[in-house]
Design a binder for this molecule. Structure first.
Ligand code: URA
Ligand code: CA
Length: 435
């Protein structure tokens, strides 16, 4: 008979846990037969001793099997999902869903709201009046088979073990353990039914992982897990030392997504979508090479088919597809207040995290689950790292529903740095990690 105390001792001694031992602990904790204090002790030993790729794969699958799994087998083709470890103003999902679908890859996307500087993908989509994210399983499958794309909210009881463990990690100082983060993220993607997974691991001030080294280790762990459990998985490391694109805010990011689908998006955001999209198209077996995939993506932007498909997604889920031609249909804040540079020079750096907080203070994001989001508000950066700036020129525009934006404006002044020597813009896409 397995005993939890022996499992803890084994890991404490630096030994490798078996599949049976890992499954025992996850099953017992989910069922409530293993108490928090024993799981806390095991989590802390994992924090210090780490886990092999094999152990991480077992942990991931045990968490997947702790709850419902979405069966997407009724959808034709390879279902490719994308996951970003989260950053500031990351509008990529809104763009990638129609972009990749327009190349023939079925996108059955389950998205979240979450806490953060702005809302999640669902909040952004709901900035379009009438758009609803509740589809039955049958509607979801039918829409992806008919249109190639659908986005829904999370339903069912996915990875309850991860939920319970995450809550415990939060209060036991064991969140920032790479094996635990990697298995947590991968369990959710796998339970949501993905055949193949593209990971965008952010690195920098605005990211969960602040250093390149940690981002790379996390990416390698997740890619190893995915490939061990039969899901074709790859990762890229992308820069989050400044917000992605220019817009940070829900409705503002929908505008930015539509502009990008028209080929007029910010350079960094467009490039990241092309890089991630190419990987998705190759994993979805619609192109042989990344170069071929990239050309396909550029073509569906140029010929308008990606934008048209975004319109069809909106219409099919209850919104007004005219929004793709008429951006005034989106919620708009009452005030647009420029933040003016206090000196001339070059933008030498930013604290992406604090810029996100500035947007959150305006009401663009939630601090607690109960908070209401103001979909119209946010920030549009008018300068990025490496740009020149004149004293009195706008570095950002605040979109607010109050004139009192001093706190947000001050955060922007403090965290967008102006210096005398020009610096190169950060490298957007770093290493690509494949299995
Ligand atoms: N995000 C997750 O989903 N899990 C973690 O453990 C950390 C970040
Ligand atoms: Ca953005």
């Amino acid at each position: 008979m397995l005993r939890m105390v022996d499992v803890i001792e084994k890991k404490r001694n630096g030994d490798v846990l078996t599949k049976e031992e890992i499954t025992f602990f996850i099953k017992g904790y989910t069922a409530g037969t293993i108490p928090d204090y024993q799981v806390s002790a095991l989590l802390m030993t994992i924090f210090f001793k780490g886990m092999t790729a094999e152990e991480q794969a077992h942990l991931t699958m045990a968490m997947v099997e702790s709850g419902d799994q979405i069966d997407l087998s009724a959808i034709d083709g390879v279902k490719v999902d994308k996951h970003s470890t989260g950053g500031v103003g990351d509008t990529t999902t809104l763009i990638l869903v129609p972009l990749v679908a327009a190349c023939g890859v079925p996108v059955a996307k389950m998205s979240g709201r979450g806490l953060g500087h702005t809302g999640g993908t669902l909040d952004k989509l709901e900035a379009m009046e009438g758009f609803h994210i509740e589809l039955t399983k049958e509607q979801f499958v039918k829409q992806v088979n008919d249109l190639k794309l659908a986005v829904i909210g999370q339903s069912g009881n996915l990875t309850p073990a991860d939920q319970k463990i995450y809550a415990l990690r939060d209060v036991t100082a064991t969140v920032d353990s790479i094996p635990l983060i990697a298995s947590s993220i991968m369990s959710k993607k796998i339970a949501a039914g993905a055949d193949a997974i593209v990971l965008d691991v952010k690195s920098g001030d605005g990211a969960f992982m602040k250093t390149l080294e940690d981002s790379k280790a996390l990416a390698e762990s997740m890619v190893a897990i995915g490939n061990k459990v039969g899901r074709n998985t790859m990762a890229i490391i992308s820069d989050m030392s400044q917000p992605l694109g220019n817009a940070i805010g829900n409705s503002l990011e929908v505008v930015e997504a539509i502009e990008t689908l028209k080929g007029n998006g910010p350079k960094d955001l467009t490039e990241l979508c092309l890089v991630l999209g190419s990987q998705m198209v190759v994993l979805g077996k619609k192109a042989e090479t990344l170069e071929e995939a990239r050309t396909m993506l550029e073509n569906v932007i140029k010929d308008g088919s990606a934008l048209k498909l975004f319109g069809e997604l909106i219409e099919s889920q209850g919104g007004n597809k005219e929004v793709i031609n008429d951006l005034t249909l989106l919620p708009k804040a009452t005030y647009e207040i420029p933040v003016l540079a206090r000196q001339s020079g070059y933008i030498t750096g930013m604290n992406a995290d604090d810029i996100g907080i500035s947007a959150m203070l305006l009401g663009a994001g939630r601090a607690t689950k109960e908070d209401e989001i103001d979909l119209a508000v946010g920030i549009v950066l008018t300068k990025k790292i490496g740009d020149t700036v004149e004293e009195g020129e706008a570095i950002a525009i605040i979109h607010a529903n109050t004139e009192d934006v001093e706190q947000s404006a001050e955060l922007l002044h403090e965290h967008i740095f102006i210096g005398e020597t020009r610096v190169e813009p950060p490298v957007l896409v770093g290493e690509v990690i494949t299995g």
